[in-house]
Structures are given as C-alpha cells and as structure tokens.
Design a protein around this ligand. Structure first.
Ligand code: MRU
Length: 368
C-alpha cells in the first residue's frame, strides 16, 4: 500500500463541479442540469432536461443521488413543471390566472416527486418547502408565470443555502479532528451528494485545509459502489490521499490502528438521534464502537425529522435485486435495502450546519 505524507496536501476545491443546478433554457423556461453519476468515475457526463418527469427518473435511477442533492432535484422538478406545463395549463383555464387550477395540477406532481425515493427526508422537506412557498407567493402574485418565476428563484436560494450549510458543517466538523487524521467514510456524502462541497467530505475538505487529514479510506459501498466510484473520484480530484477498501476490510484496518475517526452522511435523523444512512453504515458504527474510534454523522438540519421518535419509524427503501445480482439465480431471493439505521448510542456526535450535537440532543438544531 503506497502511503503519502499529509504535509503539502494542496486542496483543490475548485476542481469539484456543481452536481445539480436549475438553469434557464434558451426559451426562458426552467431546465435542470445534473452530472449523471452513473457514468462516474470514467465519464463526466452532464445532462440538461426540461422535463420534470426526467428529473424524477434521474432521482430513481441514482443518476442524481445523496440526500441534499435529491432535495434540490425534487424542488427543481416542481420549478420546471411550474414554468412549463403548470403555468401554461393554469393560464389556459381562464383568461387571466386560474390560481385553483395551478395548485390542483401541482398536487399530483408534487406527490410523484415526493415518492421518488422514500428514505432521504431532504426530498420531502424540499418539496413541502416549494409547495408552501408557491402558496405564499400566490397571495400577492398575479399570474401563474410569475409564481413559476418566483419558484425558480427559490430553488436557486435552496442551492446556495445547501453550499453554505455544507461549508458550516465542514467548519464545525473540522474542530473534532486531530492533526494528520486517518478518516474512514462510507458511501458518498461528498460534493456529488450535494449541490457542491459535501457534508461528511465537507468536514474532510475543511480539515485538510488545516493539515488535519493524512488520508481518507473509502469503503467500496456495495451494491452500487458509491464509495468505489464516487468518493474516490472526488477525493482524488481535490487532491486528498485516498485508499479504496472493500466493505469487509474495515474491521482489519481498524484493528491495525489505522483509523482515527469515521465520518458518514445521513438520509434521515430521528428525534432521538438514530440515523439512517447507506446500507453498511450500521456495521461500520458497530466496528467503531468495538475499536473505540469516534463515529461522526455529518448532515444539515434539513435531514432531521423530529416527527419520528426513533429509527424504527424511518422508511427504508428496498431497491431492485439486479443491483446485487446482475443475473438472477433460480431459487435465490435477493434482499436489497438501500439504507440501515445506526442507533444513536453508537454515534459519538452529529455535526450539523448549526453546530455539533450529542445524538440525543440533535433536535436542538431545529430550534436554532
Ligand atoms: O442511495 P444514495 O447514493 O442516495 O445514498 C446516499 C447516502 O446514503 C449518503 O450517505 C447520504 O445521502 C448523505 S449525502 C450528503
């Protein structure tokens, strides 16, 4: 295994592209640009679509993935719908602006977007925020086109807030690490899972700038390989020394004293601090406890769902067996949950954009 010293790491954050972005098409209506992550690490393929259903498909197929990025993509689906079908259909119903028609039509669209993936609470949060925002805007705006424009601006605000919250998570999280830390992460909670910068990897980037990162070990993350394909791609782009390991190698690495801290992202945090994240996270947390290694979760406050008492209430997405076994084997069933729940008791601290909290106190981040 080749090891490089941490001294002299140049952190090239400018190398990270924006993963998702709402843009204006030449016709002036909204369109959505995204990096199709299914082709990484070998091809950086950006797609632009003006069809909200296409955005929902991108979320379902993991072309766009990671809780914060899914949230922004969900919000963008509504903005794209509003500036095209929504505004047109509503205007067509009356000579001026048929408010009821606009919201009548938006109901099923937002339900479809909301149900694209069930675990990442950021998706529901973002869709609900957009609906509320559109309703409030309708109190003063005169046409469905104006509401669509206002929704467009709201998504851009959401994008900027996401980047700012990742930066805040990074700054808070970096304080928890010592100089020259070797960090293990699972899945991809980096720039690729957000608009830009990342949550768990946001902590790594902020810490690396302070000379606190020696190396990041990236779990491969079966079955879809977010660690192998995505985390390695972005860490190497930024210039962080990176070692890829298969999921079943983490225990040995920890036993050899090679890991100082574990940092992962989150898809949903219940009121008691139980945390859903990519399948396999729970196992890493158990290993961390056994080896006395701090286990940190990094996520924005929008990932906390205070209505869920504990992790048993978090809906866990089941995905297609073909992700585990490309060709079915007769008589063999496949179990493919996309996420698992790490009990709060295994989590050392939760790093949010509003500070660092003990898991049992994480709802305080919402009172900010
Ligand atoms: O199925 P994915 O790739 O969307 O799962 C992503 C994760 O589990 C991430 O760790 C989580 O969404 C946090 S992203 C900042």
């Amino acid at each position: 295994m080749t090891e490089r010293p941490s001294s002299g790491i140049k952190v090239e954050l400018d190398a990270l592209p924006r993963s998702v972005d709402l843009v204006r098409s030449p016709d002036g209506a909204a369109a959505f640009t995204y990096l199709d992550e299914r082709f990484l690490p070998y091809e950086e393929r950006f797609e632009t679509t003006s069809d909200w259903r296409e955005i929902v498909r991108a979320i379902k197929t993991l072309a766009v993935r990671g809780a914060p990025a899914i949230g922004v993509a969900g919000a963008a689906s509504l903005a794209v719908w509003a500036s095209r079908e929504g505004a047109k259909a509503a205007a067509g119903r009356g000579c001026a602006y048929d408010k009821d028609a606009f919201f009548e039509l938006m109901g099923p669209v937002s339900d479809e977007v909301r149900s694209a993936r069930p675990t990442a609470v950021n998706l529901m949060w973002a869709v609900d925020r957009m609906k509320r925002f559109a309703e409030q805007s309708a109190e003063t705006l005169q046409s469905s086109w104006e509401i669509a424009d206002a929704m467009f601006e709201e998504v851009l605000r959401m994008e900027e807030e996401d980047i700012a919250s990742n930066r805040a998570i990074g700054a808070y999280g970096a304080t928890l690490l010592d100089h020259d830390s070797n960090v293990l992460t699972h899945c991809n909670a980096g720039s690729l899972a957000t608009v830009q910068y990342g949550t768990a990897l946001g902590v790594v980037y902020a810490a690396a700038k302070q000379g606190k990162i020696a190396r990041v070990y990236a779990d491969e993350t079966r079955p879809v390989g977010q660690g192998a394909r995505l985390t390695t791609w972005e860490l190497s782009k930024v210039g962080i020394p990176t070692t890829l390991i298969c999921d079943n190698m983490a225990a040995s690495l920890m036993a050899q004293g090679k890991i100082d801290a574990v940092i992962v992202g989150a898809d949903c945090i219940a009121a008691n601090g139980d945390t859903a994240n990519k399948i396999g996270t729970y196992g890493v947390a158990v290993l961390s406890k056994h080896h006395d290694i701090p286990f940190y979760v990094a996520a924005p406050a929008s990932t906390i769902d205070a209505s869920l008492t504990d992790g048993s209430d978090i809906p866990i997405e089941q995905r297609d067996p073909s992700e585990v076994l490309a060709k079915p084997i007769e008589g063999v069933d496949v179990w493919n949950p996309a996420f698992d729940v790490t009990p709060a008791g295994l989590i050392t601290a939760i790093v949010t954009d509003r500070g660092v909290f003990a898991p049992s106190e994480v709802v305080q981040a919402l009172e900010w």
